[in-house]
Design a protein around this ligand. Structure first.
Ligand code: SF4
Length: 111
């Protein structure tokens, strides 16, 4: 699996946001930290494991937390942003509000 650069990861995140009608977190340094985490995860595991979550040991077990995770649509609809706050709804982004900590649906049994 060829390694990804930070620029490739940022382009990937921008493509996801564009496709889903979401916005990227406007805080450039926060965005960069998340993109670095995603890049490190790709280069370590071979897939974009969520930068805010730990691997359960295999791609199969991590399937729901490959970015964009299975929970992102619900979280963005409900809270205005995903768990990491990499992606925001356009409405939330326009509001200028700061993303807050939200519960992780991963082990909540409500996915
Ligand atoms: S919470 Fe989901 S959508 Fe947000 S960065 Fe993590 S994997 Fe990606």
């Amino acid at each position: 699996m060829p390694e990804k650069s930070l620029e490739q990861t940022l382009a990937f995140a921008a493509m996801v946001a564009r496709k889903q009608g979401w916005a990227l977190n406007p805080d450039a340094s926060f965005l960069s930290v998340l993109a670095e985490g995603l890049t490190a995860n790709w280069n370590r595991y071979g897939y974009y494991l969520c930068p805010c979550r730990d691997s359960e040991g295999s791609r199969e077990l991590d399937a729901k937390v490959l970015c964009p995770c299975a929970y992102s649509w619900k979280d963005i609809e409900e809270h205005g942003h995903c768990y990491c706050a990499l992606y925001l709804s356009t409405g939330f982004a326009a509001s200028g509000k700061e993303p807050a900590g939200i519960p992780d649906r991963r082990f909540a049994g409500n996915d």
